[in-house]
Design a protein around this ligand. Structure first.
Ligand code: IMP
Length: 429
């Protein structure tokens, strides 16, 4: 039985929530392996819309085991609030399990994230301000991190947090000139969280391994996207985790031999939130073509308008390569329904040459100009299409070119927000 990684191939917001939800119906277990509540996944079930930040999208199937793996950074207050909100709407959240090795976002992490961004005159990243970067910095620096297993051990937690807050307050007070944190208040608040999450905490790597050995279908749900990956993204304008497929192994505690398929989620055009390079970005006066109407291109977490642009074949090829994508799911095709002329970027003009491979240097990227192919739009509503053959010829041609440039076959096409507004070309499971 296959284990499948769902990974974003652009800058996040590709529609991973919908695909995960779609595939989760058959999965025995759904695992998130990186990131934290910087993510925002929209899932539409019937006439209800759910916006999930930390909880895996599989939660919308009653009793489904949903794991937050060791690679996730967890803000327990946010998690408990999200679970309470879901419960209030009648969702069964009993299947949630939290890795004892996951790291905890403490109150000073969002504080430092925001102070750091605000203090920079140049080079702002445009983070979500949720403390993701500072939490991963503490994880890798090792001195000041709290893992879930430390949080739920009252003695260890008190001892560690007392020293950590002393150090953090030195930075907050002496460098930023702001008021520091009261350690007693943090101990009080987080000890309450610890008691609430304790029943959900376990060694989740064992759960994942057991599910795979039992022949269950396991779905690894990536957040953000490849171009926000700390190694493979448009560094430094990236997040601090490893959304790419390799991150599923380290972030869930499974070996690469256990992964059978990698489903790359890619929008039929491009979007990005926050700062950083975006070669095919549309100028502000044209952006509403994609942002408004059916596109609804506004951040789920921060509400920020997303930057929008044409499909970028250079990025598609790059992301398919670094993730080893076996299947593509092309999302939001319907957003293009009423556009007369569509463009696909097939290469970058850089000085006297045409680049086909995505460059590492932001200086080079800044000089790159997209080389476009133009396609006539189909000017027909595709939301009712359920088979490949239902799609207008122009839409089929557009999708074929995407697949050719990316170097991977298309298994799914999404033509709307709802679960059934999906064309399955090749079943993933
Ligand atoms: P951070 O993850 O909050 O540190 O933000 C770093 C960069 O990643 C910023 O440009 C954010 O806008 C972007 N980012 C983080 N999470 C998401 C997401 O889920 N979707 C899209 N962009 C994201």
């Amino acid at each position: 039985m296959p284990s499948v990684v769902v990974v974003g191939l652009q800058w996040g917001d590709e529609g991973k929530g919908k695909v995960t939800d779609y595939l989760a119906s058959e999965a025995g277990l759904v695992v998130r392996y990186q990131g934290g509540n910087n993510a925002g996944h929209t899932v539409v079930v019937g006439d209800q819309e759910f916006k999930l930040h930390l909880v895996p999208s599989g939660i919308l199937y009653p009793g489904k085991l949903c794991v937050l793996g060791n690679g996730v950074v967890i803000n327990p207050g946010v998690l408990l609030k999200e679970l309470a909100g879901l419960k209030e709407r009648g969702v069964d959240v009993s299947g949630i399990r939290i890795s004892d090795r996951a790291h905890v976002i403490m109150p000073y992490h969002p504080c430092l994230d925001q102070l750091d961004e605000a203090s920079r005159e140049v080079g702002k990243i445009g983070t979500t301000g949720r403390g993701i970067g500072p939490a991963y910095v503490d994880k890798y620096a090792r001195y000041d991190a709290i893992r879930i297993c430390d949080l739920i051990d009252p003695d260890i937690f008190k001892e560690r947090i007392t020293e950590i807050v002393r150090i953090k307050n030195m930075v907050i007070e002496k460098i930023y000139g702001k008021k520091g944190f009261d350690v007693a208040a943090i101990i009080d608040e987080y000890s309450r969280y610890a008691e609430e999450i304790r029943p959900m905490v376990t060694d989740t790597s064992v759960l994942v391994d057991r599910a795979i050995r039992n022949g269950e279908k396991v779905l690894f749900e990536g957040a953000q996207g490849t171009l926000l990956d700390i190694d493979h993204g448009t560094y430094p304008f990236v997040s601090s985790s490893s959304p790419s497929a390799g991150g599923a192994c380290t972030g869930a505690g499974v070996g690469p031999t256990r992964i059978d398929k990698v489903v790359g989620i890619i929008k039929a055009y491009s979007t990005r939130v926050g700062e950083g390079p975006f070669p095919t970005e549309l100028p502000e006066e044209q952006v509403s073509l994609l942002r408004d109407g059916r596109g609804r291109e506004y951040g789920v977490t921060t509400g920020r308008p997303r930057r929008c642009g044409w499909f970028d074949g250079v990025i598609a090829e790059y992301s398919v390569r670094v993730n080893g994508v076996s299947d593509l799911a092309v999302m939001k095709l319907d957003v293009l329904d009423q556009i007369e002329t569509l463009k696909i970027c097939t290469g970058y003009r850089y000085r006297n040459s045409i680049l086909k491979e995505f460059p590492a240097s932001l200086k080079v990227l800044a000089e790159c100009r997209p080389v476009y192919e133009e396609y006539s739009g189909w000017l027909k509503d595709t939301t009712g299409c359920r088979e490949w053959s239902d799609l207008p010829q122009q839409a089929q041609d557009y999708l074929k070119r995407i697949s050719e440039l990316a170097g991977a076959p298309i298994s799914m096409v999404s033509v709307g927000w709802k679960r059934d507004e999906t064309i399955t070309i090749q079943p993933i499971w």
